[in-house]
Design a protein around this ligand. Sequence first.
Ligand SMILES: Nc1nc2c(c(=O)[nH]1)N[C@H]1C(S)=C(S)[C@@H](COP(=O)(O)O)O[C@H]1N2
Ligand SMILES: [Mo]
Length: 197
Amino acid sequence: MLGKFFQKPEQQENERVPPGQYLAKGFPVLTYGATPQINTEEWEFKVWGLAKPATFTWADFMALPQSEFTADFHCVTRWSKLDVKWTGIKVTDFMSLIEVDPQAVHVMEHCYGGYTTNISMADFLREENFFAFNLFGEPLPAEHGGPMRLVVPHLYAWKSAKWINGLEFLSREELGFWERNGYHQRGEPWAEERYSY
Ligand SMILES: Nc1nc2c(c(=O)[nH]1)N[C@H]1C(S)=C(S)[C@@H](COP(=O)(O)O)O[C@H]1N2
Ligand SMILES: [Mo]
């Protein structure tokens, strides 16, 4: 694991690196399948299921408050990257635009390209979650999920859907792509919730 692509955390970084993780040099790209190429003019974002169906454009998102975020990023394949700098829109600000049925307890994140991942409402609605469109001051590159991705810092990064284009609100938990293929339903890195078996 160590060598060209990984390094042992420095002492002061140690307490920020969850068990079983190594620091990546650079920012690896982890994608299952091809990278969708979506421009902001054609980009659309939908909500459905236990929510009033609605469609949003890039301009609708850009009209929401924007902030800078610094967050640590933990991939279940054992690399972590500390202090990733993003610009984005808080999930809680976006949620003020939509009407969700109080019966909704889970959310399926949908993406261009067909990737899905599930998250509980409680994990989704956390203050620190955001939709990101800039990475280190540049427009988010397509391979990292541009033009827009979700970032959920407190869970393994497979929950941070790249090319996100929809939220399906659910009355019960359903499993997304990796969760159906053996990954943990929740994926909390400090508890090493890697696999469901
Ligand atoms: N749409 C989509 N989102 C995705 C993935 C993917 O394959 N497709 N991979 C996930 C995984 S496993 C990780 S670790 C992170 C990687 O993000 P990065 O490529 O920007 O490092 O994106 C997550 N989001
Ligand atoms: Mo990952």
